[in-house]
Every structure is written in structure tokens, then in C-alpha cells.
Design a protein around this ligand. Structure first.
Ligand code: FES
Ligand code: FES
Length: 150
């Protein structure tokens, strides 16, 4: 099967029970996508599948044939961070950072469909991404900061 990951075509023959999360982390060494609950409850493993936020721990990689996956590694780089990544730093929106890649991917999907979200719209869009450190107010401010281009 072929799928596209961060704009590059990847060919693989994974076993039928391999999740997209396992494939990204263990086969491709794309470890920016985090495994926390591993059962669809926290959102730490969120990637974009054809542009939609998706829990990769609940997604079989075989079901991604012909589809486009975007991970945190494709969002920005250390040298050229995405506006959302710059805003998360500016607003100090990460503490332990385990939830941050998933938060960023969900936020990227939000800004792609709504470039000027309200606080309520940000909170709703990120409601599937839990933060045990409780930085929610800073995360919302960071997403709105990125949207405003600051
Ligand atoms: S690790 Fe996938 S939802 Fe928690
Ligand atoms: S920053 Fe620690 S879980 Fe969100």
C-alpha cells in the first residue's frame, strides 16, 4: 500500500493490526506524535488525515491507503516553525509538552477552515485534546495569536 505522509509517498506492507500511531513512531521514527492513553481518550496522538484531526491510536494504517497524513514533523521545523508553534512559545502554552503536538495539529485544522476563530470556537475545536497540565487558557490564547498573525 501507498500513503502520503507530510507530502512524501510512503510504501509499506504493514500487518493488519498495526495502528497509524505505531507505524509513524515505530516504523518511520516520527516520534513527534505522542502515545499517551492509546485508547482514544486524550488526543495526544492527533494527526491530520486528509486534513481532518484524527486519533492515530484508533486508526489502522491499512485504512490509510491512498490518503494523506500530516504529522507535527510536517507542520514546521526548528529553523522555520509554523505560526502556531511560534505562538505556543510566545504564550508559554506548553508545560510538559506531551499534549502539544496533538493540540497543534487540531489547531492547524481549525485555522485551515476558520482563520479567525473565537475563544469558544478554539475551545470546541480542541475539546478532543486533553492537557493534564491544564494550560488551556494559554493554548486558546496561542491559537488566537497565531490567527491574528502576531
Ligand atoms: S493516545 Fe490516542 S487518544 Fe490518547
Ligand atoms: S502541557 Fe502537559 S499535558 Fe498539556
Amino acid at each position: 500500500m501507498d500513503l502520503t505522509i507530510n507530502g512524501r509517498t510512503v510504501s509499506a506492507t504493514p500487518a493488519g493490526d498495526v495502528t497509524l500511531l505505531d507505524f509513524l513512531r515505530d516504523t518511520l521514527a516520527l516520534t513527534g506524535t505522542k502515545r499517551v492513553c492509546d485508547r482514544g481518550e486524550c488526543g495526544a496522538c492527533t494527526v491530520l488525515l486528509d486534513g481532518a484531526p484524527t486519533y492515530s491510536c484508533l486508526t489502522l494504517v491499512n485504512g490509510c491507503a491512498g490518503r494523506a497524513v500530516e504529522t507535527i514533523e510536517g507542520l514546521g521545523t526548528t529553523e522555520a516553525p509554523h505560526a502556531l508553534q511560534r505562538a505556543f512559545v510566545a504564550e508559554d502554552a506548553a508545560q510538559c509538552g506531551f499534549c502539544t503536538p496533538g493540540q497543534l495539529m487540531a489547531a492547524a485544522a481549525l485555522l485551515a477552515r476558520n482563520p479567525d476563530p473565537s475563544e469558544q470556537e478554539v475551545a470546541h475545536a480542541l475539546s478532543g485534546n486533553l492537557c493534564r497540565c491544564g494550560t488551556y487558557p494559554k493554548i486558546v490564547r496561542a491559537v488566537r495569536r497565531a490567527a491574528a498573525g502576531r
